[in-house]
Ligand binder design. Structure first.
Ligand code: NAD
Ligand code: DAU
Length: 334
């Protein structure tokens, strides 16, 4: 079987490839990535020498390029991780989010239909459901929760999901969608809360906490997310949507204090800064459908494994240094 994985030089896509390329040596994996600022070719190092893996630099919005690749490769499965993923960037520059997240998804689905792809999977986010109040811990996002997006990022992901639903119904695209909560783990670009906090704390710089730090996220280890995506590919039912969550709700201040304590740094580094416009209060996922129908469960407990993630960044200072200096942009020479 031949599988196309898009966005494999980013955080979750690279972790996905590290997992499946080794797990399925009989299958062939092709990764396409545009190598935007968030794409780091070094993230592919653990799989680059594997005989069942290949990388092609390609933008998912390049309709002709994508069509040519599909015509030559004849993919069985397509898994779309590629996206502009940072909410703050979407507030500064929404256009690229619409282009990549919505139009790029359309390009991939058109090629999938034209070239008889057997399974298309859209990796999406819990942010499409909007937010939940802080004082109603009983409320969780289910697959039935209506879309209610807050940022240009979540609107673009929600728009793409609606397009996937439309392609399934109108053109019979054999597809599935997953909505996952906040991931943590190795290889996350240091613009996101956890690696950004670690990187700044290690340099004794101020750590920005938006607003009062009371916003809550539901943290899942990237491995557990990727096992969920893999199970959806193998066991999921075409036409279905699956929520994947961490069952680990923490507010941002707690996350930052946990990191500072683990690094032996002072809480004086915390700096409360202007809040993110439209900042979602709380995300919380009900994963019971994936647990019931796929037999999915989480391997990692947040409190037990967060130290391991922090240690990964401490032990990969060169990986961070490469990003901060911009050197990582020269990693791909093809
Ligand atoms: P990321 O920003 O780390 O990686 C995105 C990757 O996509 C990068 O390698 C980038 O170069 C590539 N890319 C961007 N635009 C492209 C284009 N036009 N063509 C080809 N490649 C392009 O993102 P991530 O955190 O790994 O997220 C991956 C997916 O998972 C996204 O779809 C995101 O919406 C979704 N998601 C993320 C989280 C999370 O907590 N990070 C949670 C739920 C869902
Ligand atoms: O919920 C899933 C989503 O999680 C994914 O779809 C997105 O791609 C991913 O980026 C993430 O979105 P968030 O906006 O929740 O992640 P971020 O790491 O940017 O911020 C987490 C929380 O921390 C959020 O409430 C904003 C806050 N924050 C963030 C940064 C970078 C801070 O307080 N300080 C910071 O420096």
């Amino acid at each position: 079987m031949k599988v196309l994985v898009t966005g494999g030089c980013g955080f979750i896509g690279s972790n996905y490839l590290h997992y499946v390329v080794n797990k399925y040596p009989e299958d062939e994996f092709v990764c396409i990535d545009a190598l935007t600022y968030a794409g780091n070719y070094h993230n592919l190092a653990p799989v680059l020498d594997k005989p069942n893996f290949r990388f092609v630099k390609l933008d998912i919005t390049d309709r002709e390029g994508v069509d040519r690749l599909f015509a030559t490769e004849k993919f069985d499965w397509v898994i779309n991780f590629a996206a502009e993923s940072h909410v703050d960037n979407s507030i500064k520059n929404p256009g690229i989010f619409v282009k990549t997240n919505v139009m790029g998804t359309q390009v991939l689905m058109d090629a999938s239909l034209k070239h008889d792809v057997k399974r298309y999977h859209q990796v999406s986010t819990d942010e499409v459901y909007g937010d939940l109040p802080l004082d109603r811990p009983d409320l969780l996002f289910t697959e039935e929760t209506p879309f209610h997006t807050s940022s240009p990022y979540s609107a673009s992901k929600g728009g793409a999901d609606l397009l996937v639903l439309a392609y399934m119904r109108t053109f019979k695209l054999p597809a599935t969608i997953s909505h996952c909560s906040n991931n943590y783990g190795p290889y996350q670009f240091p613009e996101k809360l956890i690696p950004n906090t670690i990187e700044k704390a290690l340099r004794e710089e101020k750590v920005p906490v938006y607003g009062k730090g009371e916003n809550v996220r539901d943290w899942i280890h990237v491995y557990d997310h990727n096992v969920g995506v893999d199970m959806i590919m193998h066991e999921g039912k075409i036409g279905e949507t699956y929520n994947l969550g961490g069952n680990a709700e923490r507010n941002n201040l707690t996350i930052v204090k946990t990191i500072l304590a683990a690094l032996g740094k002072s809480e004086d580094l915390i700096e409360f800064v202007t809040d993110r416009p439209g900042h979602d209060l709380r995300y919380a996922i009900d994963s019971s459908k994936a647990e019931r129908e796929l037999g999915w469960s989480r391997k990692y407990d947040f409190d037990e494994v967060i130290k391991e993630t922090i240690d990964w960044y401490v032990n990969h200072k060169d990986w961070i240094k490469d990003i901060k200096s911009g050197e990582y942009r020269n990693a791909y020479e093809g």
